[in-house]
Write a protein that binds this ligand. Sequence first.
Ligand code: ZN
Length: 388
Amino acid sequence: MISCIYCSTEKFKEGKGSEEHAILSSLGGKKASRNICCQKCNNSLGDDIDKVVSEEFAFISNFANIKTGRKKAPKTIKNAGVMSDLEFELKPGGLPHFSKVKFESNEIDENSVQGSIVARSPEEAIRLVEAFAKKHGKSIDDLKDANIRLVSDYDIPKVHGTLKLGGEPFFRSITKMMLTYLATLCHHSRLRDGSFDEAIAYIKGDSNQELQVTHDYVSEYPKTELDNEISHLIFVFADPKTGVVFCGLRLFGYLQFSAKLTETWSGGEIKKCHQVDPVSGETLDFDLESLPVSINELASNMGNDSEKFEQAINLLMSAVFKGQQKAAIARTTEQAIEEAFAKQNFEDLTEENLGEFVETIVGHVKAQMFRGTVTQEVSIEQLKRMKK
Ligand SMILES: [Zn+2]
């Protein structure tokens, strides 16, 4: 039996402790160790410190549509903005979604009524048109000759997110990720031989305990080998000669943190790196080259650089928006093709009218890219044929 490194009281069989993720599962991390702590400590540290990190990155996780390591979709962001007088939220992928639908109607004269509907999909619009017809004692088929002007609005207000990336709970969670990664690389007894007591006390929130953990834009980090530029990366150098264990963590491709986890390491040499693409879930593990500087030099020079930090945040934001835009365009194109087919049957497509068909699609993509609208006249039948 081994004991939980955080409470020391709970015991469990080797490999049977609570599943602790090196890079947080909420950020798309997969690598985990079951030789660290008990379920209770995992839960309470999760609530106290890991949640702070997850919430800090909630906006990025949503926009990049990052699945958690447990394959859950990212959280919806509530009250993201207002459009057509309606509040909208952001579904995974930065996808705006109205929390409610809007329905207004006014009688023009005895024989005609005008209605205005804000719906989230043609299906929902059809349902509201049905209700609208019913209210006036008609069925939807009676509206065959009605004029329907369909407006697809892509003029979504800009949504703002903030990133603070600091504070004690944040850095405690960063340190915990590093210690967890180390646990996947060494025998579990190494974490319990006293070398990491300071790191463990710091993670637990012992206010007297300080640890060298910082934003780091000075040390040279390994390259991201995965295709996605917002992949996470974590690496460890453990040096038996100096006793130093240095760990670097790069989140979302740009945000770097380093820590000196101990100076009394008595295990063997470790030079390992783990990477994970939080979008595809692809992972990579490899040995690192030897350092161009001594590990002591690395640990004493690590530190922040406000200019590079700002640059890193800007690069991350532009990568996330770029990814979100590309995904949105792909989705819009797919929907626009469905819509174009709803307006015109496949069998009716000829060389002559193909241009019009393509124009509908291009119109939507353009509007999506440049925050415009697409207005078209459609019949009830065409509206009915339009899928989601
Ligand atoms: Zn415990």
